[in-house]
Design a protein around this ligand. Sequence first.
Ligand SMILES: [Fe+2]
Ligand SMILES: [Fe+2]
Length: 189
Amino acid sequence: MPNEIFKLRKEHVNFKKMLNLLEAQLDLLHRGEEPNYQIMADILYYMTQYSDVSHHPREEAIFSLLVERDPNRKQDVAEITRQHHTIAEAGTSFHKKLENIINGESEIMQLQEIEVPGRFYVTILRAHIEKEEQSLFVMADKLLSEDDWKGIKTDTRLSRSDPIFGQDVEERFLFLCDQLTQIDSDKHP
Ligand SMILES: [Fe+2]
Ligand SMILES: [Fe+2]
């Protein structure tokens, strides 16, 4: 498997952890318990500042080469690119809502005003990841040449270090990291 695909798949594993954690908070809310709005906001901040800014553009660089190699993929790639926009918009708007609650700028909203956009975000991102892994990554792996991968790799404009799973954890994500570590240690005591 090309290294770039390996890295993207690894990031998907991290994003799925984030979505599970977000979903657990939405479940609390649904049951009438108090969710942790800070955790939710941190997750959305990470997704909008890392996934939308680095992961998705790196994928688009790969997918645009894939269309050059196989024009039949054009529709699929256009759909995935549209989804990147939808995910970024949904994430930014949901993050803003959560920040407003945390900063006391808006009353705690009706259950649906948080739960609906939260569930929507989780659902579209999970389906998106599935589609990339089942089809476009597989096609890219088959159709792109060594030189294609070298070109993608040297295009460093799109890379930035992961503020949670990279070498150093950014200070603002330490709390979220703690939560992730706790979940991992609950699963593997
Ligand atoms: Fe994507
Ligand atoms: Fe992806």
